[in-house]
Ligand binder design. Structure first.
Ligand code: HAM
Length: 427
């Protein structure tokens, strides 16, 4: 075999990307904001493997593109059939069934997901999700709590152009009767819309409701709506969710044609759309109830609800809205060493031990070269160890934005910087 072309193999695979500093700073802020909010809501972090037995995912979406066409499947050296996680709910439910924690089990996660999609802006083959799941209660107040968690997170980031779309898929029995009626309607009214429309209407009429195809909209818009065919219990539950959102002042739009891309959904479903993103990829998060999934995985009947939020899309939305100001300074202090006797090693260590973000140059660079690096580091201060100062037991401290410089006692410099930097430390 010829050697592979280094220009194509030593690159991140199509649809994936590296996140480098300083961009990773915004990534960290997003994750920290979510972790803080989930903690305030009483959710604990759950970590599950990146790959699972393929059946874990087949169970949740046998009829969905994510599982049928986009899953990264592999056979390991022990002949096990595995799949890289395409979504976060199935592994969490699998973990619940396996470990049987005391319900209600409230967890959050941060995880990469893998889908063999056609990559474009906001749609990747590896994307990261922040998510939350609650297992063990079908109380409508939990639906409200879960939605409030996501809603508040977008607000924490300063995003304002987010709309909450709300729907109910009803109980499986409601849905089965409705789907039959919907299929009949679509097939009889779509006769002139072509073979593809008819094939999809027959195979998966619900998914057709979400289609963006212009030519089909008129028929789709007039189709019967599931929320009008909910049984009494489902309707009461859906109304209770809406009342709860009203109580918390969380605005929502009823979206009877919102069809989420997994088979496991029952009852409440929702999506958060950003008007700052292209319409084709405007979902910055979505979720819903899956009251039968735990049982389908061999566990006790256990209702559940949760959501997933795409970090990449949230970051694109933050960019488009000018939310998330860049961190003010990456470093508090950059130590510049003009002495070379090892005192820079202990000075930078002292600053770090005092809680400051401190760094230095390596390799015996010239004073000029070190000052250049200090500039590039966006440090708030340069702390310069010069011969004269060292003999006097002091250091020179230079404020990088104004250029002001003064001499501070070596023993006091950490405290001196702490007093000035604390106000500057970005969240
Ligand atoms: P999902 O709607 O497939 O739901 O994904 C959740 C979010 O992940 C989307 O709203 C979007 O922000 C982001 N996302 C999905 N696919 C991609 C992609 N290819 N590239 C970039 N971002 C993407 C789920 O995965 C469910 N597990 C959510 C859930 C949790 N339902 C109940 N609990």
């Amino acid at each position: 075999m010829p050697d592979p072309d280094p220009r194509s193999v030593y690159r991140a695979p199509i649809g994936t990307h590296d996140v480098l500093p300083p961009d990773s700073g915004a990534w960290m802020q997003v994750v920290a904001a979510f972790a803080a909010r989930a903690g305030r809501f009483g959710y604990g972090l759950v970590l599950t493997p990146v790959f699972e037995h393929v059946e874990v995912f087949q169970r949740v979406g046998a009829s969905t593109d994510v599982v049928r066409k986009e899953m990264y499947e592999l056979t390991d050296r022990g002949d096990r059939r595995l799949a890289l996680r395409p979504e976060g709910t199935a592994p969490v439910v699998r973990a619940y069934v396996e470990h049987r924690p005391t319900p209600p089990w409230k967890v959050w996660y941060l995880a990469p997901n893998f889908r063999y999609e056609r990559p474009q802006k906001g749609r990747y083959r590896q994307h990261w999700q922040l998510g939350a799941e609650v297992l063990g209660t079908d109380d409508a107040e939990v639906d409200v709590e879960v939605i409030a968690l996501a809603h508040g997170f977008y607000a924490d980031l300063g995003l304002t152009r987010i709309r909450l779309l709300l729907n109910s898929m009803g109980a499986p029995a409601d849905r089965a009767a409705y789907v039959e009626g919907l299929r009949d309607y679509l097939v009889s009214h779509g006769a002139s819309l072509g073979d593809e429309f008819l094939a999809r209407a027959r195979e998966h009429p619900l998914r057709l409701l979400d289609s963006k195809d212009e030519a089909w909209q008129e028929v789709i818009e007039r189709a019967p709506q599931l929320t009008e065919h909910l049984g009494g219990e489902s309707r009461d539950h859906f109304e209770a969710v809406q009342r709860g959102l009203d109580t918390l002042g969380i605005p929502y739009e009823l979206a009877p044609r919102l069809v989420r891309g997994f088979d496991y959904y029952t009852s409440t479903t929702f999506e958060f759309a950003s008007d700052a993103l292209d319409a084709a990829q405007d979902a910055v998060g979505g979720g819903g109830r899956y009251d039968q999934l735990a049982e389908q995985m061999g566990g006790p009947p256990t209702p559940g609800i949760g959501f997933g939020i795409g970090i990449e899309r949230v970051l694109i939305a933050c960019d488009a809205e000018g939310a998330l100001p860049p961190p003010q300074h990456r470093l508090d202090a950059f130590v510049v060493d003009d002495v070379g006797d090892g005192s820079a090693v202990s000075l930078v260590n002292d600053l770090r031990m005092a809680g400051l973000r401190a760094d230095r140059a390596y390799g015996g660079r010239s004073l000029k070269a070190q000052m250049k690096i200090a500039n590039r580091s966006h440090a708030a201060y340069a702390v310069i160890l010069g011969r004269v100062e060292v003999e006097r037991g002091t250091v020179a401290v230079k404020r990088m934005d104004t250029g002001d410089q003064l001499e501070v006692h070596r023993e006091q410099v950490a405290g001196w910087l702490r007093e000035r930097c604390e106000a500057d430390v970005s969240p």
